[in-house]
Design a protein around this ligand. Structure first.
Ligand code: DLL
Length: 430
């Protein structure tokens, strides 16, 4: 099923022609109306009129997280006739957030992209969406909300947390689709198990739109098994409208990135040089349709690869691989490079492992992984637990080249946040 077949299945030459027209328009507009880019172009000796092909995108300057923070509150906004109608922010871990502005057309286009994603996941106006993301400055809930209304779904703006109320809403209004993070989906599955609710029998859930945090294929499997739903990976970032940038189709072999609105590159994060399709590196995105606040070559820091071969679903837009982490997520532990996702992949392959984990780094480079067990395993025999602990250490050592200490803990005992999961606590005194 397509929301807008014409654009979703546009033959690639036409898609690229559309991209080029939009790129040229974007470059011209920021060159005329955004002092930040005017300065950059001048410093680089770049005449915006000399940008003529899609490959010329490589001659444009990168925009970084630091640039966005430095231009807070509104340094990147186009000083043009378009009315700005909405503000979102992306919270950083430190200091000021990044402020993102939307024109009326931006709000509408973001909703269009969500509508494409929802229909791609098999949703229709007969569905009830329980939107369990945070409403407010975060893009996650509101952008999804507008898109789901466009499709004609009944949207329940539940927001995150308060599992009792989530369950009540699900039961009373027959929610069929949930939108949440992988960490909350797993937490909620635990909650249902503790309440003795069998989602397959007692609820009408069918589909999970799960994103906003990295997660592994193993975690997807856990969520699907625990909630009896099909999980679609959903990728986005506030700088590019929030959710709806890339999303899985029914083939679930990568996420289609909406190339009519986003020009995607993958680069070597060290050198900034472009990498060929299929190679893994940092994704860089240029917004092609944003009116209020276009961004050129945004360094997402998300690690993935891009594939442009045709997809069996009929869509022509490229696919990106599941994000394996962020270039700034990488931990250096005793000289080894470790991504939290590697740890998650190993842990979630153990059926005895429950639904949450936390990596703690202490003292002089000591790695401790706290692992929640499933209910049945936690109540099991001590020898079994000791053996399990050893097996986890061995599998992790083989994957990350570091021998961690494993602490097996009770289900539901590790902290969960309403927003994004915090997987690493670094208390090292190095
Ligand atoms: O998380 C937007 C969003 C909301 C996406 C709801 C999907 C669903 P930010 O708070 O700006 O925006 O965070 C963006 O989150 O650069 C990635 O590092 C990470 N991220 C988002 N989706 C995924 C995903 C929203 N499916 C940052 N897999 C991005 C891995 C993801 N990482």
């Amino acid at each position: 099923m397509f929301w807008d077949r014409e654009i979703e299945a546009l033959p690639r030459p036409e898609l690229e022609a559309l991209q080029l027209a939009r790129l040229l328009r974007t470059v011209r507009r920021v060159g005329e109306h955004v002092p930040f880019y005017q300065t950059r172009f001048r410093e680089m000796g770049l005449d915006p009129a000399s940008v003529r092909t899609l490959a010329d995108v490589r001659r444009l300057p990168f925009t970084t997280n630091a640039d966005l923070r430095a231009s807070y509150p509104d340094g990147l906004v186009v000083k043009g006739p378009e009315q700005v109608v909405r503000l979102h922010t992306s919270s950083g871990t430190t200091g000021k957030p990044k402020a993102l502005f939307f024109s009326r057309k931006d709000v509408d286009e973001a909703a269009e992209l969500i509508a494409r994603c929802l229909v791609m996941a098999g949703a229709s106006q007969h569905d009830v969406l329980q939107n369990m993301m945070t409403y407010g400055l975060f893009t996650g809930a509101l952008v999804m909300h507008y898109g789901a209304e466009k499709v004609g779904m009944l949207v329940i703006p539940a927001g995150p947390g308060n599992s009792e109320r989530q369950l009540m809403l699900m039961q009373d209004f027959g929610s069929t689709v949930i939108h949440t993070t992988p960490s909350y989906a797993l937490y909620f599955a635990d909650f249902l198990e503790r309440k003795g609710i069998d989602p397959r029998k007692d609820l009408r859930l069918r589909t999970g739109l799960i994103g906003s945090e990295p997660y592994t294929e193993e975690t997807r499997q856990k969520i699907e098994d625990a909630l009896g739903i099909t999980v679609f990976n959903s990728y986005g970032l506030s700088e590019m409208n929030g959710p709806g940038v890339a999303f899985e189709c029914s083939e679930r072999n990568g996420m289609h990135i909406w190339e009519d609105d986003y020009l995607v590159e993958v680069i070597d994060p060290e050198t900034g040089e472009p990498l060929p399709d299929g190679e893994t590196g940092e994704m860089v995105l240029t917004s092609l349709s944003r009116e209020a606040m276009p961004i050129l070559r945004y360094r997402t820091r998300d690690i993935t690869s891009i594939h442009r071969e045709p997809c069996a679903c009929g869509r022509t837009h490229a696919r990106i691989e599941r994000i394996t982490g962020r270039s700034d997520d990488m931990l250096i532990i005793r000289g080894a490079n470790v991504y939290p996702q590697q740890v998650e992949r190993v842990l979630m392959r153990f059926p005895e492992v429950g639904r949450n984990y936390l990596i703690r780094l202490e003292g002089l480079d000591e790695m401790i992984v706290q692992v929640e067990l499933s209910g049945a395993t936690f109540d099991g025999q001590l020898e079994h637990l000791v053996r399990l602990q050893e097996q986890i250490v061995e599998k992790l050592r083989a994957e990350i080249m570091v021998r961690p200490k494993i602490e097996l803990v009770a289900p539901g005992s590790l902290p969960v946040s309403e927003g994004k999961a915090k997987r690493v606590v670094d208390n090292r005194k190095l």
